[in-house]
Design a protein around this ligand. Structure first.
Ligand code: PLP
Length: 355
């Protein structure tokens, strides 16, 4: 028997902002999903309740040692009015992979998926409809045991919140300037790089701030050992087209297995292009730029879908990619994925789940 989800509806509905006023991550819907874990009971009491603060003991383990995880996916309202989650099963699988790495008890995959569809259904009026807008779904688990000893906690809280978000590119896609950094690293082999967990984001802030002060949008991370293999761009996966080869670093432990990365690779393979998941050094990228074969560079992630890179700065040198313009493959990937998300193109691979 699958666990029934208890639903308590709010009696005070919030005002919804206009689609045109939406930004990212500032507005939250009327409800949230919550479920608790205790050692004796396992995960219990799955419920939808009015959105509101969590009550946490100041000794809550997560607040001190960061044992937790998160996910991020989106629901889109198509022109046909239907709501579609993009590849939710992939996010469930990744959530449980992160849970294992963080010593968090796994969630039942069926219930996890149902926690998202049930919550989205309760707050379905909150899914914006302007093109480019969406409802961001943020599942999170925190170690909730009040205990200052260092070991995996014996109690956890799983919650899901929803946030209507505006178009990532309100003025159209614009290539960004990226700083390649070799002074800081975000992950090392054997570390947490492949887990979607708070610590990776905490580790990334200092370098990102430094780059922003110098006028860059984000950083390109190099590997933590040799500081020469490219890994990720900001909090996105990175892809390049050098000559007729599409290249992205392999999932070998330090890189987050992006769902958008997987989607982009599947599309590019389907279009018959040569795709390599292999290590790429920054020197190879620089050499390709000098030789005129560095055609396109882009990041992939749920927030932006595809983010074109127009310039890389490395050790004092500026590498301009494709004259600072969006490349044709970058544009085609963006258009294709977005069309599937909004139900404007047939979903032949079964990537969307209607709510
Ligand atoms: C979430 C995330 C990505 C992108 O993953 P998507 O599933 O495509 O959104 C890439 N890198 C890092 C570090 C991430 O946390």
């Amino acid at each position: 028997m699958s666990d029934p989800i208890r639903i308590t509806r709010t009696t005070t509905r919030k005002a919804r902002p206009k689609d045109a006023d939406l930004g990212f991550g500032t507005v939250f819907t009327d409800h949230m999903f919550v479920m608790d874990f205790e050692e004796e009971k396992g995960w219990y009491d799955p419920r939808v309740e009015p959105y509101g603060p969590l009550e946490l003991d100041p000794a809550t383990a997560f607040l001190h040692y960061g044992q937790g995880l998160f996910e991020g996916l989106k629901v889109f309202r198509g022109q046909d009015g239907r709501l579609r989650l993009f590849r939710p099963q992939k996010h469930v699988e990744r959530l449980n992979r992160t849970a294992e790495r963080m010593c968090i008890p796994p969630l039942d995959p069926e219930l996890t998926l149902r926690s998202w569809t049930t919550l989205v259904d309760v707050d379905r009026d909150w899914v914006p409809s302007a093109l480019g807008t969406s409802l961001y779904v943020r599942p999170t688990i925190i170690a909730s045991e009040p205990f200052l000893g260092v070991r995996p906690a014996k109690a956890y809280t799983y919650f899901v919140i929803l946030s209507p978000v505006g178009a990532y590119y309100p003025e159209g896609m614009n290539p960004v300037r990226i700083k390649v950094i070799d002074r800081y690293v975000r992950a090392v082999p054997g570390g947490l790089g492949e887990a979607k967990t708070a610590a990776n984001y905490a580790a990334s802030l200092y370098a990102a701030e430094e780059a922003k002060h110098e006028g860059f949008t984000q950083v390109l991370w190099l590997d933590g050992v040799h500081r020469k293999y490219i890994e990720e761009v900001g909090t996105m996966n990175i892809m390049l087209k050098i000559g007729d080869e599409v290249i992205t670093p392999p999932l070998a432990g330090t890189i987050l297995a992006g769902v958008t990365r997987d989607s982009a690779l599947a599309l590019v393979r389907g279009w018959g292009l040569r795709v390599s998941e292999r290590p790429v050094t920054i020197d190879e990228v620089v050499a390709a730029a000098h030789g005129g074969t560095l055609e396109e560079v882009w990041g992939t992630g749920t927030a932006a879908v595809i983010s074109p890179v127009g310039e890389l700065a490395y050790q004092g040198e500026r590498i301009v990619v494709n004259g600072g313009r969006i490349g044709p493959l970058t544009q085609k990937l963006y258009d294709t994925i977005v069309a599937i998300q909004y139900g404007a193109a047939p979903d032949t691979a079964g990537w969307t789940l209607e709510v």
